[in-house]
Design a protein around this ligand. Sequence first.
Ligand code: COA
Length: 189
Amino acid sequence: MLQTERLLLRPWCADDVALLASLSAIPRVTRYISDGRTWSALKTIAVSDAAAEHWHRHGFGWRVITQLTSGTDIGLLAVNLMGDGTPGVAPDEHEIGWWLAPEHWGHGYSTEAARAAATDAFATLGAPALTARIHPDNRASLAVAARLGMEFAFNTVAPPGVPVSVYRADRAPCVAAARDAERAQPPSE
Ligand SMILES: CC(C)(COP(=O)(O)OP(=O)(O)OC[C@H]1O[C@@H](n2cnc3c(N)ncnc32)[C@H](O)[C@@H]1OP(=O)(O)O)[C@@H](O)C(=O)NCCC(=O)NCCS
C-alpha cells in the first residue's frame, strides 16, 4: 500500500476487474492503448487476472488509484515486468504505466501516483530503471513521463503492430527533479 497527499495506491486483486471493465469500455481511455479499441469482457478478465497473478508471482504489480477524500477508485498505476514482444525492450525491464477515468484528468493525479510508484520501484524493488511505452500521439501520457523525468530512448513497434515511443528513467523522480533544477542553474564562476 502506498499513500500520497491525495491518493491511496493498493495492490491489484481479481475483484478489481470491474474497475478495469469500466475504464477499458471508454474510447477516450483506450484510444492510445494497443490497437485503440475498447476491450471485450474476455480480454478484460484475462488482463485483470494476469495483473493479480503478477503480484503473487513477483511481489509487485498494478495498483488501484483511490482518491483519499471520496474513497473513489479513479484509475490504475502499473509497475510490471515488460514481457516479450517489443523490439529493443528486454522482457525483464520494469514497465510503468497510468490510466485514469476521464472525469479525473487534469488534476495531477496520475503524476502524483506515478511519482510514488516510481520512488517505491527504485527504493524498495531495486528496479535498475523504469520503462514506459507510449503512443507518439498520446500527449497527455508523454507529459506525465516528462514530469517524472523520463527520457526518450527510441521509437519502435509493439504488438499488435502499433507505434510506440520508449521512455526510460534510471533514478527516482525526486532525484531527476533535483538534477533538472541543477541543469537550469547558470554555471558558477
Ligand atoms: C495519460 C493520463 C493518465 C494523463 O492524465 P492527466 O490528468 O493529463 O495527467 P495528470 O494526472 O498528471 O494531470 C496533469 C494535468 O493536471 C493539471 N493539474 C491540475 N491540478 C494539479 C495539481 N494539483 N498538481 C499537478 N497537476 C495539476 C496539470 O496542469 C496538467 O494539466 P495540463 O495537461 O492541462 O497541463 C490520461 O490522459 C489517461 O488516463 N489517458 C488514457 C489512458 C492512457 O492513455 N494511458 C497512458 C498509456 S501510455
